[in-house]
Design a protein around this ligand. Structure first.
Ligand code: DER
Length: 224
């Protein structure tokens, strides 16, 4: 379908920013899937890269498609991280975490020289907040943490899969928060992050260096 074609276009276009010898961070999600598949073509043609995955799912794709893996014992900085997003506003602030990997995604984005975000055009919004904001919280006392978040004016809903509470790769829970339209993403992130029990928020504010927007039969990279 057109959305998947657009994700494929964005994912494949992002590989042009990966150069021989780079250490790259691999994000998570279905747009990243297409990037990994395209990257594996370059590797088969001799490109030398090493990657740190941001989730067990991404690690499985990397192994499936032959992308060499490395880890933080070998490197603590990355040339480039490529990842998707659930929303991107006009300043390229992002809502992430739809796939539940936001903590590791933010870690690999934060240690990268360049953070490249790949989205289909449906992710572009004037202001963040249409997509419920994912926030990773500790399981211990999570009900009290939810109350503390409510006091800030957001409405958290514990994420469940098949009626069971979802558990992240880090062994934590995720709440999806209705925060209304988020006019100042950085301010909301800071307020939430200070609460005891909150591990990390899905607000990626001021981190994006390049945005690649996919359309069904093309992709555009900004800044040019
Ligand atoms: O969970 C995440 O942050 C993912 O990157 C997500 O936001 C993008 O998922 P998609 O590429 O499957 O739309």
């Amino acid at each position: 379908d057109e959305k998947e074609m657009a994700k494929k276009q964005a994912g494949e276009a992002s590989v042009r920013f990966i150069e021989n010898g780079m250490t790259v961070g691999l994000g998570s999600g279905s747009t990243v899937y297409w990037m990994i598949r395209k990257l594996s073509d370059y590797i088969r043609d001799g490109m030398d890269v090493a990657a740190i995955p941001s989730s067990r799912q991404t690690e499985a794709w990397a192994r499936e498609f032959g992308v060499p893996l490395t880890d933080f014992s070998k490197t603590q900085q990355l040339d480039l991280t490529i990842d998707g997003a659930d929303e991107a506003d006009r300043e390229w602030n992002l809502t992430k975490g739809g796939g539940g990997a936001l903590v590791r995604e933010k870690i690999i984005a934060s240690i990268a020289e360049q953070f490249v975000v790949i989205v289909d055009e449906s992710k572009l919004v004037d202001q963040l907040g249409s997509f419920p904001l994912p926030v990773e919280i500790l399981p211990f006392g999570w009900q009290a943490t939810v109350e503390r978040m409510r006091a800030l004016g957001v409405e958290p809903v514990i994420r469940q899969t098949d009626g069971e509470i979802f558990v992240s790769d880090n062994g934590n829970y995720i709440v999806d928060c209705d925060a209304g339209l988020i006019n100042h993403p950085d301010a909301l992130h800071n307020r939430l992050k200070q609460l005891v029990g909150v591990v990390e928020t899905g607000i990626f504010s001021g981190m994006t260096n390049k945005l690649i927007v996919g359309y069904p039969d093309s992709a555009a990279a900004f800044p040019f």
